[in-house]
Every structure is written in C-alpha cells, then in structure tokens.
Design a protein around this ligand. Structure first.
Ligand code: ADP
Length: 449
C-alpha cells in the first residue's frame, strides 16, 4: 500500500487524482511551477513542492525536479495524469531506477505503443484489425507514390512519433503526395525529433471509437466498452460520449474482447485506450494510448467505477477489483471540454476568472480547477474544465447537458461554452449521426455566419 503519492501534473487532472488518493487514505503531493503557486491542485493536495519556472520544460517536464520532489516528501509513487510525462518511457525507467512506482504501464509497453509503426505491427500480430497501409516506415517519395497507387487515394501520411493531431497529412492524389510526405516528415522531425513516416488509407466517413481496457500486469485484462469521440476539431476531441450511439451490444462485446485479449497477452498493466476508426461496421486500429484519457469520466459514469482508484490499486500489486461480468452499462454519459479560447478562431484566452459557478444536480459532474479570482496562466493547455453528464439514455443526457451548460458561469475569459450551446441545437448532434469530419464543416458554416 502506498502512504503517499506524488502527482506530476496540474489542473483538473491533478485534482482528479488527489480526490482518488483522499478516498483511499493516501496522502497526496502536488508539484507546481512558479506560475501555479496559487493553483487549486496546490491548495487541495496535502503537500506541495515548487519544481521550477513557468515553462513546462523546466517544471512539469523536469524529471530531476520531480524525482527530487519525491525524495524530499517521501512519496512512494508517481501518478502522471495525461500529457506531460505520462507516455515517456524514459521517465518511467528513471522512476523505477529510483525505487519509486510509476502508476501506469511498464516502460516497455509505453515504448512499443508510443511508436505508431511498432504499435500497429504489434496490434496486427495480436489479432486487432488495422487500417490498410504500408508495412512499416516509408523512406522515399517514390515508395510513397507507389503505395498511394496501390492503396488507392486518398491516403494519410503519419509520423510514427506523432501525437496530439500533429504530424499527419492527407494526400488526395499522386501530385499531393510530395507535399504531404515532406510536411509530415518535417513536422515529425520538428515536434518529436523523428522523421519516420508511414502511410495508410484515409477513411472518408469514419467515426472515432475507442475502447477502454484495464490490465493487471499479470495476464488478465477487461474492457470497459467504448467511447465515441467523433466530434473533433483539427484531430482534437471536443465532445465525447459513452456508449457509442452507433455501436451495438454485439459489436461492443466483440471488439471489447479483441482488445482485452490483446492487452492480456502482452501482460499490460493499468489503464489503456485502444483507438479505432469505425466505418461501415468495421473497426480499424489507429493507436493505443498507454495512460488515463481526458474523457475517462464518461466511462466511469456508465460503469460506476473509479478508474484512477483502479490504476493506483493495480500499481500497488492488487488484482483488478472487477471481472468482465461485473461490468455492466448503466445509461449514457457525455463530456464536453471547456477551453479558455476565443471563438471563432479558438485563440487561447488566458486571464483572470472574475466569476465561476459550477453546475450541479442529478447526473452532473464538473471536473475543473477553476475558482473565483483564479488567474489562468498563458503557459499551458487551454482546457479549463470538463462537464460530464449522465442520464438514463442519450436523450436524457443531452437534455441534462443543455441544462447544466445553462448553469455554468465562467466570466473574465472567453470560453468554448457558447459553442456547445449552439452545437446541441444541431440536428446531427441530436441524432448522433456524424463522422469525424462533420464538426469542421459545421464550424466553417456556423461560426463565420
Ligand atoms: P494522434 O496521436 O495525433 O491523436 P491518431 O492516429 O490518434 O493521432 O489520429 C487522430 C485523428 O486523426 C483521428 O481521430 C482521426 O480523426 C484522424 N485520422 C487518423 N488516421 C486516419 C485515417 N487513416 N483516416 C482518416 N482519419 C484519420
């Protein structure tokens, strides 16, 4: 059992982990940059340590500072949240070399899934269906063009080290291939220090469906159904729901088992998400995230389990606290990501919060580190809160979301709240009938109008 856990993160996800620790009787240590001295995670944790200046590279990404903070406070384990060091295999290795526990999968599993080509090869070998494409990396434009002709345009060129929607370029013809190939390589090199790229068929009408899995590290694993995250802007999710409106119980049981079996076979430990594109009744693997996802609360809502508590328990060496048969779906949940951004261009809008009021009532959960008078620093992600609603069915969840958005007050900065109010009026969103490309088109025609 851990007595003390350090949270190597900030914002709402740091609060999320502190809450789980407190319910488990575990003391929590917050780390923060000088810009976050007054942040809510610092106030809420049992202890806090300043680990550096505002720049994330010198604070939240500083491995020596975080390891030192563990040593100074006597924390035995580190929860990385999402982003920052959560998928950094080298960090995990260093944590373990210092006799500390990383709350998450092994360095090896993070390494395998962090490289998209290796991840795809591994999943394919484990029987997980993948998007048709190149076998491994593509090194020359000639090879890329030959593959484009073979697979059939449009295709997408993806950096193997890519993430966060970066390092991906679509080519609709042989002429467009040169630009797509060079740009994806350059982006991969600039953002991730790796210019290796691969090519796959570009699906034109898919939905984004991801399966939540959980492994005990000893060869057992379960799945917790899927989330539909098809409403995306620039490959970034903005609205997520569970269960997926277009997935039947039979499809869920099938793809869920494929995923759980795959992670069980590799001895995966902790929470993971296997992402698919779903088109015409078929699932196509795109990547695996070896961490807790931003949108995990929708899964928690419908399955009634605390995924962070489970992560901590598994890291402590306990078996999973639920079997596949224990996991049944109750109702429908939706999450919207509230960002401090100015519409219509989504420019970051940091600044002081003059008034904050969180919605409440039955089936409403607000995960946010905001408070009245809080100064949103300009140095980090623009996510300032997640509003999660749960209802008996999708219609009830939608009505509840609309009601809760009406109660939510975030004054002093621009936010994406007005976007969601308009989005809920769109017939496609009401019916759940859209692909991953729908939102971009809707934004162009609606926000500019
Ligand atoms: P990242 O690691 O940057 O999130 P992903 O591989 O998960 O990259 O892809 C992110 C998003 O990009 C997907 O949700 C989807 O919208 C789009 N995408 C990725 N691969 C394809 C593809 N083969 N066809 C169509 N869209 C794709």
């Amino acid at each position: 059992m851990f007595d003390k856990v350090l949270i190597a993160n900030r914002g709402e996800i740091a609060l999320r982990v502190i809450r789980a620790c407190r319910e488990m009787g575990i003391a929590s240590v917050a780390v923060h940059s000088t810009a976050d001295a007054d942040a809510m995670h610092v106030r809420m944790a049992d202890e806090s340590v300043c680990i550096g200046p505002p720049s994330a590279t010198l604070s939240y990404l500083s491995v020596p500072a975080i390891i030192s903070a563990c040593e100074v406070t006597g924390a035995q384990a580190i929860h990385p949240g999402y982003g920052f060091l959560s998928e950094n295999a080298q960090f995990v290795q260093i944590v373990e070399d210092h006799g500390l526990t990383f709350i998450g999968p092994s360095a090896e599993h993070i390494r395998v899934m962090g490289d998209k080509i290796t991840a795809k090869d591994t999943m394919k070998a484990l029987g997980v269906p993948c998007v048709p494409g190149s076998e491994g990396g593509v090194t020359s434009l000639e090879e890329a063009r030959a593959l484009g002709a073979e697979i059939g345009y449009p295709v997408i060129v993806k950096a193997t080290a890519g993430g966060g929607g970066r390092g991906m370029k679509v080519a609709r013809s042989s002429e467009e291939m040169e630009r797509a190939f060079r740009t994806a390589r350059a982006e991969g090199k600039a953002a991730f220090g790796n210019d290796e790229v691969y090519i796959e068929k570009y699906l034109t009408t898919p939905r984004h469906i991801e399966v939540q899995v959980f492994g005990d590290g000893k060869g057992h694993a379960v799945h917790l159904g899927e989330r539909d995250c098809s409403l995306q802007r620039r490959h970034q999710k903005v609205f997520e729901e569970a269960p997926g409106p277009c997935i039947s119980p039979k499809e869920r049981a099938h793809i869920g088992k494929v995923c759980a079996d795959a992670v069980a076979r590799i001895g995966y430990s902790g929470a993971g998400t296997i992402e698919f594109l779903y088109e015409a009744g078929e699932f196509y693997f795109i990547e695996m995230n070896t961490r807790l996802q931003v949108e995990h609360p929708v899964t928690e809502a419908i399955y009634g389990v605390d995924l962070v508590r489970e992560q901590i328990r598994v890291a402590e060496g306990y078996p999973l606290s639920f079997t596949q048969d224990d996991l049944t779906i109750n109702g429908h949940a939706i999450e919207v990501r509230i960002n401090a951004e100015r519409l219509p261009d989504f420019a970051p809008s940091p600044g002081r919060i003059t008034q904050y009021h969180a919605p409440g009532g039955l089936g409403v959960r607000m995960d946010s580190a905001l408070y009245d008078g809080y100064m949103i620093p300009p140095f980090y992600d623009s996510l300032i809160g997640k509003l999660i609603v749960h209802g008996r069915d999708r219609a009830e969840a939608m009505a509840r979301l609309n009601r809760a958005l009406g109660e939510l007050i975030v004054d002093g900065v621009d936010t994406t709240i007005p976007l969601f109010r308009r989005l809920l009026d769109a017939p496609a969103v009401q019916s759940g009938d859209y692909t991953i490309h729908w939102l971009e088109t809707w934004l162009e025609t609606t926000l500019d109008a």
